[in-house]
Structure formats: structure tokens, C-alpha cells
Design a binder for this molecule. Structure first.
Ligand code: FAD
Ligand code: DLZ
Ligand code: SF4
Length: 508
């Protein structure tokens, strides 16, 4: 006799997740690899393999502990192809009429569960520090939703890096000490890599057969696929990389995809790690004198600040958030985002790394691929579709505010008070990409000029009405206006020519 179905989605792989906490011995836990989830965007094959392998291991662990689990592999003959379809199938077979779920991280799936003919209860996702109500309360009394203020509340709430109500080190934010340019050498060998075991190998074969044509290299596959491995990856990061995380957080190197980054977001977003265990490990490293305050504070801010804030914005703004386009951008995403040749070394390195690792760090996403898309006026929905498709940590609850908000300014300024745009100078300062490029970053206009330099001014001019009165951009408009008129006309004309050639598929 089954009383209820307990739904565990592929990114809810934690024993403490709300639906599992509510489970009783008579309940049947339902987990399913389904075509709908595996293809709502053409996910990177490494992401699908990671989730399927982690789901299989998680289900096996639940069974070992005595739970009744109905697990449907993708190739199962009876597979209904969707989450709701699987619930209906198991309800019919077991006689259950009620489902307990943890709220999914996407409106699409929340709506599908709401429309399900069974009685479905969606419990709040308890893996986050701020509930929707808490975020809304914080946001309700503010004119501007600045992350920094939200972050301070999260510090107070968690007690992380707090000393009797005051921030440890006397300041809330140590970013001033961070953001050094790329180092000559990186003294960290990258994230911990795991050799695929039998379960993983079986999944890799399945993914190769079914999703082999998706953008991205499936092998070599080295991600952690269970909680124990993910915890080892965390310890490895804290020991080897955290001390330098702050210093080189924004740096980029052609020969090193990871620098001092954690590559933990895919584990965190799937439930294999929790925000508090990661932050406590970082805090402990500070307390033991192993990592400096600028590194630890900067790292913790990303998790209890940015990550929670982005989720808060997505759910507060509602289902239409991902379709916003405040700047009216509509150009198609060029083929070089999917691996076609480009002469821009920064883009070609970032895309190649994305293809092989399903990973790029924040500044590569924001200031290379994101910056270019914004400058070039690409449709934000095409941009979001691309990010959702290529990264192993991609889910709409975290992707939307990062892409639509932070990166493309398509929400009109909710996440950022000004657009994240820069000329080639920023990329040159923070990376070694430009030395290896067919364009010249020092050339502002004319033969060989870096496209970021041309497009930057064209963007500013295109959106003058919107941004001219923004005090944070006034200086750039003053610089532009001081330029010789012929030079300005030439920059705008060359930017137009570049975009025209790009749109026609020419090699740019
Ligand atoms: P680290 O650099 O080691 O940072 C530590 C942790 O902080 C990350 O694991 C992550 O959990 C958190 N974090 C840092 N910045 C952010 C942020 N802006 N938003 C949310 N969490 C953050 N992150 C995702 O998890 N999923 C996404 O789909 C995603 N899409 C992004 C798209 C764009 C355009 C941009 C600019 C950023 C996006 N991010 C996304 C945020 C960030 O780039 C990744 O979290 C980070 O690169 C993951 O690598 P890491 O684990 O090595 O992070
Ligand atoms: C991302 C993903 C993929 C690729 N496959 C599955 C799946 O087969 N079964 C499943 O339960 N979940 C999967 N997921 C995760 C969901 O898409 C995710 O729960 C929603 O996007 C909400 O975050
Ligand atoms: Fe990118 Fe311009 Fe530098 Fe080339 S010169 S790598 S296009 S920023």
C-alpha cells in the first residue's frame, strides 16, 4: 500500500530536501530521467551525464536506507517522457492520489505541477537561506534592490564572519583588495577530478547515444557524482585555491580554465552540497589562519549574497522575467557562440573552454561572452538560451537574473544600476587573451581595431537617451563627446560594418 508519491527532481539530490523530510515509510519516492527535462534546451552532454549519474546514485542510496523508490531510467520502455507523466503513471500503478514535491527552480515546472490532475503540494525549497517571503519583505521597502544590503542581512542571519553583531575584520566587503590582473602562474592544479565508475560509464554511453549531437564534449568526464565526492572536491578547493580566490577572482588565462575558482556551483545547484556547508568550510579556513579575509569574505558573499539574491529576483519578478528586453535588442546569436571560427581570441578561448568543460567562470561569462552579446545587441532570449544550454550549473532560477538582469540589462536596471559593458581594455587588463588575437586591443578605430572598442561606443551612442543621465556613465559620454566628430563617425560606421558582416556569417 502506497500512501503518497514523493517527487525528487534531478537538481534536488539532498536527503534534507523538503519533500524527503516530509516522507513517511508508506510513501513511494519518484525519480525519473525524462525527455522533457533533458531537452527543454540542448543541455551540454556533461550536464546531462552529471545529473543522471548523480540521480542514479542518490536513488540507490535511498533504497539502501530502506526507502521505496520508483526510478525510471531514460531508456525504460514505459517512460512517460515528462515529470507529470511519470507521476500519473506511478499514481495509477500504486493507487496514490497525492504528491509531495519540493518547489522546482523554474516557473515552467511549477506550473506543470500546479496543472497536474493529482493533488500536488509544493513545499518551499529549504536548500536556500532566504525564503520567497523573506526576500519579498526585504525588497518591499526599498527603491533599489542592491545586493550589498541584502548580503549584509544574510550575514546577520547566518552569523557567518560575524563577531558580536559586527562584521569580522571591521568591514562588510573586502573587494577593494581583490580583482588583481591575471598572474603569470597559477599554483592550483584545478578542481578535483574523479574517474568514472561503472554507474557513470553506463550513463556516459546513454548520453552519447541520445545527446551526442548537443554542443559540448562529453568526455573526458571528471565531475563528482555523489555527495561524498562533492565534499572531497570542496575540501580540495578550500585547501588549494581559496586563499588566492579573492586576489584572482576576475582574472582570465587562455591556458587555465579554472584559476582559483571552486567549480562547485554544479554540485551546489544539484543539492550535493549545501550553501552553509560550503560557507562554514570557508569560514573555518579563515579562523584557522589558512585563508585571508579578502578571499573568504569574497567567496562567502558570492554564495549567501549573489546566489540568494539572484534567486530572489527571479521569483519576485515573476514568470515573464525571462522574456524581458528593455533595450529592444533583436540580433541573432552568431555561430561562433556554438563553436564556429572567430578571430576574437577572447571569445574563441571562452567558447572552446565552455565546450570542453561545460564551465566558464563568472568574468568570462559576464565580461567576454555576455559583454559582447550586449554590445552587439543580441536578443537577450537567445543569449539566455545559449547560457542555459552550455553550462553544467545552468538552471533558470539562477540563470535568468544573471543573464536578463546582470549581463544584458534586459530587466531595465533591477539587478544592475548600469550595464556591464566594456571596451577591449578591460579584457586586456584582466587576461592574456589579447596577445594572441588577430585584432589589436590598442587600436581604437581603423585596420585591425578590436571589435569591443568599436562596439562599445556604438552601444553608448545607440542607447544615449537611456544612459546619458546615469551619473555612473556620465564620464564615458563626456569622453565620447570630446572625440573628434570624424573619428566618432568612423567608429560608428566601422561598428555597423562589423555587425553587418557578423550577421551575414562572415569570419569576424
Ligand atoms: P566561484 O567563482 O568559485 O564562486 C563561488 C560560488 O558563488 C559559485 O559556486 C556560485 O554558487 C556562487 N556565485 C557566484 N556568483 C554568482 C552569481 N552571480 N549568481 C549565482 N551564484 C553565484 N551561476 C550558476 O550557478 N548557474 C548559472 O546558470 C549561472 N549563469 C550565469 C550566467 C551569467 C551571464 C553570469 C554572468 C553568471 C552566471 N552564474 C551562474 C554565476 C557564476 O558565473 C557561476 O556561479 C560561477 O561561475 C560558478 O563557478 P564556480 O563554482 O567556480 O564559482
Ligand atoms: C536539468 C535536468 C535534466 C537534464 N534532466 C532531468 C531529468 O531527467 N529528471 C529530473 O527530474 N530533472 C532533470 N533536470 C532538472 C530539472 O530540469 C530541474 O529540476 C528544473 O529545471 C527546475 O530547476
Ligand atoms: Fe578580445 Fe579585442 Fe582582446 Fe581580441 S583584442 S582578445 S577581440 S578584447
Amino acid at each position: 500500500m502506497v500512501s503518497r508519491l514523493i517527487l525528487v527532481l534531478g537538481d534536488q539530490l539532498n536527503r534534507d530536501v523538503a519533500a524527503l523530510r516530509a516522507a513517511q515509510p508508506d510513501d513511494l519516492i519518484v525519480m525519473a530521467e525524462v525527455a522533457d527535462e533533458a531537452s527543454y534546451v540542448p543541455h551540454h552532454p556533461k550536464k546531462i551525464a552529471f545529473l543522471f549519474a548523480a540521480m542514479r546514485k542518490f536513488a540507490a542510496g535511498l533504497r539502501e536506507d530502506g526507502w521505496r523508490v520508483a526510478y525510471t531510467p531514460l531508456d525504460d520502455a514505459g517512460n512517460a517522457g515528462s515529470i507529470v507523466g511519470e507521476l500519473l503513471r506511478h499514481a495509477e500503478a500504486s493507487g496514490a492520489t497525492e504528491v509531495i514535491a519540493t518547489e522546482p527552480g523554474e516557473w515552467r515546472l511549477i506550473d506543470a505541477l500546479n496543472d497536474c490532475p493529482l493533488k500536488v503540494t509544493q513545499l518551499p525549497d529549504n536548500r536556500f537561506l532566504a525564503s520567497h517571503a523573506e526576500f519579498d519583505r526585504w525588497a518591499a521597502c526599498r527603491k533599489e534592490l542592491r545586493m550589498e544590503w541584502f548580503y549584509r542581512d544574510m550575514r546577520r542571519k547566518t552569523g557567518l564572519l560575524m563577531d558580536e553583531g559586527e562584521p569580522v575584520g571591521g568591514k562588510w566587503n573586502f573587494d577593494h583588495d581583490n580583482r588583481k590582473p591575471a598572474p603569470d602562474e597559477v599554483a592550483f592544479g584545478g578542481p578535483m577530478q574523479f574517474t568514472p565508475d561503472e554507474v557513470v560509464e553506463e550513463v556516459l554511453d546513454l548520453v552519447e547515444r541520445r545527446f551526442g549531437n548537443n554542443f559540448g564534449d562529453l568526455r573526458p568526464f571528471w565531475f563528482a557524482t555523489d555527495q561524498g565526492q562533492a565534499r572531497r572536491a570542496l575540501t580540495h578547493f578550500v585547501k588549494g585555491a581559496l586563499p588566492k580566490f579573492g586576489d584572482y577572482q576576475d582574472a582570465m588565462l587562455a591556458g587555465d580554465s579554472f584559476l582559483y575558482h571552486g567549480v562547485l556551483s554544479l554540485y551546489l545547484n544539484a543539492g550535493l552540497l549545501t550553501p552553509m556547508e560550503i560557507c562554514r568550510a570557508a569560514e573555518e579556513a579563515y579562523e584557522q589562519g589558512h585563508a585571508p579575509i579578502n578571499a573568504v569574505e569574497g567567496f562567502i558573499r558570492q554564495i549567501i549574497g549573489w546566489r540568494e539574491y539572484m534567486r530572489g529576483i527571479y521569483f519576485r519578478e515573476g514568470p515573464d522575467y525571462a522574456s524581458r528586453n528593455a533595450l529592444g535588442h533583436g540580433r541573432s546569436l552568431p555561430g561562433f557562440y556554438w563553436g564556429a571560427e572567430t578571430r576574437m581570441a577572447c571569445i574563441s578561448h571562452t567558447v572552446a573552454q565552455t565546450k570542453s568543460e561545460a564551465y566558464a567562470h563568472h568574468i568570462q561569462r559576464l565580461m567576454v561572452t555576455g559583454n559582447f552579446a550586449l554590445l552587439a545587441g543580441i536578443s537577450p532570449q537567445e543569449v539566455q538560451h545559449w547560457y542555459m544550454s552550455v553550462y553544467a550549473d545552468a538552471y533558470e532560477w539562477v540563470m535568468s537574473a544573471n543573464v536578463i538582469g546582470m549581463s544584458q540589462f534586459a530587466d531595465g536596471g533591477i539587478v544592475g544600476s548600469k550595464p556591464y559593458v566594456s571596451s577591449g581594455n578591460y579584457i586586456d587588463r584582466m587576461s592574456d587573451y589579447c596577445g594572441d588575437c588577430a585584432y589589436s586591443v590598442k587600436t581604437k578605430v581603423g585596420e585591425g581595431a578590436c571589435p569591443f572598442n568599436l562596439l562599445y561606443w556604438a552601444f553608448m551612442e545607440r542607447h544615449r537617451d537611456r544612459f546619458e543621465s546615469n551619473p555612473r556613465m556620465a564620464q564615458m559620454y563626456a569622453t565620447w563627446d570630446r572625440m573628434d566628430e570624424d573619428k566618432r563617425a568612423q567608429i560608428l560606421s566601422e561598428a555597423e560594418t562589423f555587425l553587418g558582416r557578423m550577421s551575414q556569417g562572415a569570419l569576424v
